[in-house]
Design a protein around this ligand. Structure first.
Ligand code: NAD
Length: 261
């Protein structure tokens, strides 16, 4: 199976899971619009390397996905530069950890904006052309925290539950438009987002990073193993296949048994 002739936008793809998904889609022949923050020369190196390695067109735009006008511009740029936007992966996300009574309002607003509102803005901008074409794939990266809660993550858990809800609404509205909409709900993936949490925990408890890694997994996942960004990329790739055309409105776990408990 190939994605040749298809174009994908993956938000937050300068790092971690988004990069894993961008690599999987590009590896299958899709042209890709990268998005996210980081050092400009590092990002340019990443873009050029991916284009050369996979022999596909790869572009980049640094839109802030929390801003509706920037997201609309990003979708339009993808359509103009790559010729279409067939696969939309809403992946950009951030985390902040504190009990509710100490949770700063600005952090709540940032997380709701980046992790949830962005999904609405991007779907709103991308859906008309997908409907007109009669083919599209929308993949929203939620989390195990889109299905169950943990302490100290009020904004993240609320946003990710919202992503699962928004996914279901879009799936219903697009059920007979040739466009599927699904959420992927990963457990622990060892990316900079989780590495920052591990570092904070190690500093607070005075333990080694490796000890915190084992503890983090043991607290939530029956399987003592991180999921790789490549595995999430493979799952996203399958959702883009013709065989996945009736999978829509699903919240698909890839979490080492976290939410089976
Ligand atoms: P990461 O920190 O490695 O990557 C986040 C990406 O989002 C980066 O490219 C960053 O530049 C980008 N980004 C941040 N704010 C942005 C903004 N305002 N506009 C555009 N881009 C922005 O994190 P990750 O772990 O790869 O997370 C990716 C997604 O996966 C997030 O939605 C996260 O909630 C979700 N997730 C992660 C895990 C995990 O264990 N790592 C588990 C479940 C879900």
């Amino acid at each position: 199976m190939t994605l040749e002739g298809k174009s994908a936008l993956v938000t937050g793809s300068t790092s971690g899971i988004g990069l894993g998904i961008a690599r999987a889609l590009a590896g299958a022949g899709a042209s890709v619009m990268l998005n996210g923050f980081g050092d400009a020369s590092d990002i340019e190196r990443l873009r050029a390397h991916l284009a050369e390695e996979m022999e596909v067109a790869v572009a980049y735009d640094g839109a802030n996905v929390a801003r509706p006008n920037e997201v609309a511009r990003l979708v339009e740029k993808t359509q103009n530069v790559l010729g279409s936007l067939d696969i939309l992966v809403n992946n950009a996300g951030i985390q902040f950890v504190a009990p509710i009574e100490e949770f700063p309002d600005e952090k709540w607003e940032d997380i709701i904006g980046i992790n949830l509102s962005s999904v609405f803005y991007a779907m709103k901008a991308a859906i008309p052309a997908m409907k007109a074409k009669g083919w599209g794939r929308i993949i929203n990266i939620a989390s195990a925290h889109g299905l169950v809660a943990s302490t100290n993550k009020i904004a993240y858990v609320a946003a990710k539950h919202g992503v699962v809800g928004a996914t279901k609404v879009a799936a219903l509205e697009l059920a007979n438009a040739g466009v599927t909409v699904n959420a992927i709900c990963p457990g622990w993936v060892l990316t900079p987002l989780v590495e920052r949490q591990l570092q904070d925990r190690a500093e607070q408890s005075g333990t080694e990073l490796s000890v915190e890694k084992d503890k983090l997994l043991a607290e939530k996942q029956p399987m003592a193993k991180f999921t790789s960004p490549e595995a999430i990329g493979a799952m996203a790739f399958f959702l883009c296949s013709d065989e996945a055309e009736t999978i829509s409105g699903a919240a698909l776990s890839i979490d080492g048994g976290w939410t089976a408990q």
